[in-house]
Each structure stands twice: as C-alpha cells, then as structure tokens.
Ligand binder design. Structure first.
Ligand code: 0GY
Length: 292
C-alpha cells in the first residue's frame, strides 16, 4: 500500500527536548499506522499514510522523555482496530487506547478491546476524514460503551460546533474535544473570537475535557507556534483539571511541514507555565481518565 504522493511523513530526526517532562508523563494523543503489510489500511480510507508502527511510537516516547501513550485509532484504519490493539498489548500498562467502532460492534469485541486497554471511542465529524454518520448510529454505540465506563473523544472544526452542540451536550459520558476544537488562531479577535468562546462555554460543563494539542495544525505563523500558544495556555489555566496534551505523532495529513516532536514538547512550559499545571496536564488528568 503506497502512501499518497502528497503525503508528508513524520519528522525523521526530532531533537531532544530541553524541557524535562515530569516522571510518568503521558502523550495522550498519538496514532499507529500499520505497518500496512501487517495491518492493512481500510478500503474506505480517505488517505494512505506512511507506515508508523508501534516500535517507532515507543522509541519516540522514550526519546521525548515520556512514559505512557494514549493511542487514538486513526481514520485510515477505519473500524479495524487490530493495529491499535496490537500496540496496546505490546505496551501493557504503558498505553491506553481510543477505538473507532461500527454501530453493530459486538459487546464481546468491546470487552476484548477493554481488556487490551481501550477506554473510549472517537466520533470524527471531519468530512475530509470520514463519511457522515447518522446520529442514531452514534447513539447505538453510546449505549454499548456505557456499561464499560468508556468516554467519547470528538473531533470537529470550531465553525461546525453549532451543528453538533446539542448532540454533544446530550451525550451521557465524559466527552474529550480534540485539538482545542480547532479554533481559527488567525482571527483578529484572538481569544475573543465567538467560535473559541463557544468552546469555552461548552467546557464550563464539567463533562467536557479538551486536548491542547496540534499547534502545528492550527498555526498560520508556523514553528514555534507562537500564534497558537495563547489559546492553549488559556485553556490550561481555565480548566487545569480537564486538559490533556499529546504530540499527534505521526501527524496525519500535514501539508505545510512535519513538526519536530522535540519542539512540541518544548512548548509545554509556555502553555503550562508552572510545575503544578504541568503535573496535572501530563500526569494527573490523563491518569485519572485512562488509568483510573
Ligand atoms: C489527528 C488529525 C487528523 C487525522 C485523524 O483519524 C485521523 O485520520 O485524526 C487530521 O487529518 O486532522 O488527530 O491526527
């Protein structure tokens, strides 16, 4: 399975971060891709990435000075969670997972994934990544995962929130918003932009959590992502007990550049400026949600 001709592979040689993460730190958003000859990409995928398997992910974890991963099923594997489960089984207590499942998923399949370390499902609303899913299908999945105590991770763009807000508010589990809800960081209003304020209003309901991830995807200015930092820092300071941080390695569908994962780690003290905030962001919060 050859990667798409315009697909940008992950950074080949990330620097050693100057920031030393506290012992036990969790990278709470990353993926595994294949390898495709062992775990084929899904026929209905919207992109074919470069292979980025578990061994490379765990080597990066060690290189960055982290201890644990939360591996999120990527859309290029569709509802075939075998690469994810294989990575979780290799990592044992050092990883947890978020799956993408079919509405007709069997309870026994969910229980086997739970045993492997899966603790949530992802609902992806990005039209460029997945075909649209009827709400009733999502609700069937919700009813099946509830008894396991799983939560729901949602991926959407800020300007689409109005279409799904009621649905999100009605979900009966913890809901984790990916990549800060993808605010427009270049808007002249800055943090006062109505779309960003809408995300913050949602977060005033304690059911919602948010990942302060993907500055490389949200930036207009480029590295070192100074235009994204005020948003991430505002979320960390406003909701210190419900923020998560992740690399997003291997950075699917980047167009502008492949980010240096060491630089991403070095941005942590800028968005979480005290040891106390870093402890919550990198350890206490992800441990409570995924290992609790
Ligand atoms: C991310 C972001 C993206 C891709 C996926 O599942 C995926 O394929 O999540 C993206 O293209 O914005 O979270 O990795």
């Amino acid at each position: 399975m050859t990667m798409d001709p315009d697909y940008l592979p992950f950074h080949p040689d990330p620097r050693f971060p100057a920031f030393k993460a506290p012992a036990g730190a969790v990278d709470a958003h990353c993926h595994v891709f294949g390898p495709g000859d062992q775990f084929p990409y899904h026929p209905a995928r919207k992109y074919t990435p470069c292979d980025a398997g578990k061994d490379q992910l765990f080597a990066l974890r060690d290189h960055l000075g982290f201890s644990r991963n939360v591996i999120v099923q990527a859309s290029c594997h569709g509802p075939d969670n075998r690469a994810l489960v294989d990575a979780l089984q290799t990592a044992g207590e050092a990883a947890r997972g978020v799956a993408f499942v079919r509405r007709d998923v069997e309870v026994a399949e969910l229980e086997a994934m739970h045993e492997a370390g899966v603790r949530g499902v992802r609902f992806n609303f990005l039209k460029r990544l997945v075909d649209s899913t009827p709400r009733e299908h999502y609700l069937e999945i919700v009813e099946k995962i509830r008894p396991l105590g799983w939560h729901i991770v949602v991926y959407f763009e800020a300007n689409e929130l109005h279409e799904i807000e009621d649905f999100l508010r009605d979900l009966p589990t913890t809901v984790v918003i990916d990549h800060m809800g993808r605010p427009d960081v270049s808007a002249p209003e800055g943090l006062a932009h109505p779309d960003y304020q809408w995300i913050k209003r949602l977060l005033s309901d304690e059911k919602f959590w948010v990942k302060v991830s993907c500055p490389e995807r949200l930036t207009v200015a480029g590295p070192p992502y100074d235009d994204v930092a005020p948003f991430a820092r505002d979320l960390v300071e406003s909701f210190p007990d419900r923020v998560l941080w992740g690399t997003d390695w291997p950075h699917p569908n980047m167009r502008s550049h492949a980010p240096d994962d060491g630089l991403l780690v070095d941005r942590i003290p800028i968005i979480a400026p005290t040891a106390e905030l870093q402890q919550r962001l990198l350890i206490d919060n992800p441990m409570r949600l995924y290992w609790g």
